[in-house]
Design a protein around this ligand. Sequence first.
Ligand code: C5P
Length: 238
Amino acid sequence: MNAHDQLIVALDFPARAEALSFVDRLEGTVRWFKVGLELYIAEGRPMVEELRRRGHEVFLDLKMHDIPNTVAGGVRSASACGAGLLTIHAGGGPAMIAAAMEAAAAIQDRPRILAVTLLTSMDAAQVRAVGIETTPAQQVLRLAEMAVASGVDGLVCSPEEIISIRSSAAQDAQLVVPGIRPATAVADDQSRIATPGDAIRYGADMLVVGRPITRAANPAQAATDILAEMTAASLTAK
Ligand code: C5P
């Protein structure tokens, strides 16, 4: 797989003008962009449609979590704007995931549906506080296997979860991985991180990168360096 098809840059901006002027700086370098809650709630479908009009692929990270009927409707609405990837929460359970996949199956050129297992902000104390008695690592695997058995196309996971998922019943899922930091970058608020090269070597299919590119003095150069590292790692992986 070409690194251009594996790198997703997170458009964590509050409004369309800032997002699009940043996209302009990466024109010709980056193909995939992630639109999350901040930008989507501010700008809605026209934001996604504009990225598609410019020829980009869109990861719509809305992390849907509601009753099955409502999530099925959400999947239908989100699919209409042309996103290629869409997130739901595995914690919504097998019935919710099955309803999302059934809704997606009826759509032509449907997005691939990714399940978020456990948010990386959920450490052992947070997990215990919501009544889950296992460790975060065990909970991630349990949700990953359940989501895949319920028909989801892929999973969002942290770099440190890739290897255990790849040796579980969820091993064939498409793995989309945030928490990426080049060796020279600061960690920001990410704790479970890996370099782009290591994440590819562990078995990630796609990487989500935000601040190491959005806050770089030269974003296009930062993206080019990351793409080169991914390409080099692909040649030695698997
Ligand atoms: O700036 P940074 O590279 O940390 O951005 C990572 C992106 O991936 C952000 O949009 C963040 O919301 C998202 N994300 C994450 N960890 C998860 C799921 C999503 O960092 N577990």
